[in-house]
Design a protein around this ligand. Structure first.
Ligand code: PRP
Length: 214
């Protein structure tokens, strides 16, 4: 039986395609993709979709995709009706709390305002510390928000740290490590167990070398 795999577009895309190629998958269509969004594998009975991270979870939860490759950041923020099968050890970065120099939001008493693209992750982090937090949802360029005075700090992804540094922000805490994960639809796992396990095992064999894909 054929399996459908939802891949996350953007930062993870090239790393995932490279990993698939090293595992012997036929990724030519994914590498020369034009405006297409659905791609057949040239060597195996697999077809790929390229979707945004949040949509990757949605497609897998609804069983339209049997398998998804998506960042742990997106999994931590929402969705839980899937099996998380494998840490691909690539796309490594972390969630951090950052703010202006000498102005840690963690040291502030009383009400604090945190800007973030990840409201659930941020809310959980501060509430677990018993802090009175107001979450301000921001869709991008989150580093700008404390600089302009919209909030006391941010919860965001840090990969190289360059964006924080160039905007005069410093890290005050690490919230969690992040990397790419393989998720599987629960019903698909019953119906197509052998095909899905073959796919997961192929990727797992390469994850020891995944650092090379960064
Ligand atoms: C992410 C993240 C940071 C930046 C971190 O944003 O939100 O802004 O990357 O990377 P660095 O530590 O290597 O500098 P992204 O580039 O995805 O864009 P966005 O802010 O528009 O969402």
């Amino acid at each position: 039986m054929s399996i459908s795999v939802a891949l996350t577009k953007g930062r993870l895309e090239a790393k995932t395609v490279s990993l698939l190629e090293k595992c012997g998958y036929g990724t030519e269509a994914l590498k020369d993709k034009g405006r297409a969004l659905v791609f057949p594998d040239s060597k195996k009975d697999v077809r790929y979709f390229l979707v945004k991270a949040n949509d990757c979870i949605t497609y897998v939860e609804h069983g339209v995709a049997d398998v998804g490759v998506v960042g742990k950041d997106t999994l931590m923020e929402g969705g839980s009706d899937y099996y998380e099968m494998l840490d691909l050890q690539t796309g490594k970065c972390c969630f951090i709390v950052a703010g202006l120099k000498d102005s840690s939001p963690l040291e502030k008493s009383g009400h604090i305002r945190i800007g973030t693209k990840y409201p659930n992750v941020a809310r959980n982090f501060f509430r677990q510390r018993g802090m009175d937090v107001e979450i301000i949802k921001i869709d991008g360029s989150v580093e700008l928000a404390p600089v302009l005075g919209l909030c006391d700090g941010i919860v965001d992804i840090m990969e190289t740290g360059t964006t924080l540094k160039e905007n005069g922000l410093v890290v005050y805490a690490k919230v969690a490590d992040i990397s790419a994960r393989v998720i599987v639809n629960k019903a698909s796992f019953k119906l197509k167990r052998d095909e899905i396990m073959a796919f997961v095992n192929d990727l797992e064999r390469m994850t020891g070398n995944a650092e090379e894909n960064r």
